[in-house]
Design a protein around this ligand. Structure first.
Ligand SMILES: [Cu+2]
Length: 120
């Protein structure tokens, strides 16, 4: 208990010194290989620490290739992805179901969601 408290305080101090923008948390609830419309655009300013809470109704992998991020998901087991939005631009989140057909594993179809990182 005491250890975890000091870790939290330490992280807080580091964040304060660096004057980082506040962390932003987003949800991606994947159902049938898709997320709801309002979850399809993740828009942040450059340098923002981003946390993604991801769930899926089927086993598969979530990729954000530009950021070299990957998470494997199983139904009923949420995953958390954390990264710093250091590169500006628009990047595709891809979803590859484990039982992928050629269509759902395709990198050329519509993305699951888009990460948009705006310059400050
Ligand atoms: Cu991929």
């Amino acid at each position: 208990m005491q250890l975890s408290l000091s870790i939290v305080l330490c992280l807080f101090a580091v964040g304060t010194l660096a004057a980082e923008p506040a962390e932003k948390t987003f949800e991606l609830a994947i159902t049938g290989g898709q997320v709801a419309k309002e979850q399809r655009l993740i828009r942040v300013d450059k340098g923002t620490p981003v946390k993604l809470r991801v769930t899926s109704d089927a086993a598969g992998s979530l990729h954000l290739h530009a950021y070299k991020l990957e998470a494997h998901l199983a139904p009923g087991t949420p995953a958390e992805l954390a990264f710093n939005a250091r590169a500006t631009g628009r990047f595709r989140f891809e979803w590859h179901a484990d039982n992928a057909t050629a269509k759902s594993g395709d990198h050329h179809g519509p993305p699951l969601a888009t990460l948009e990182v705006r310059p400050k």
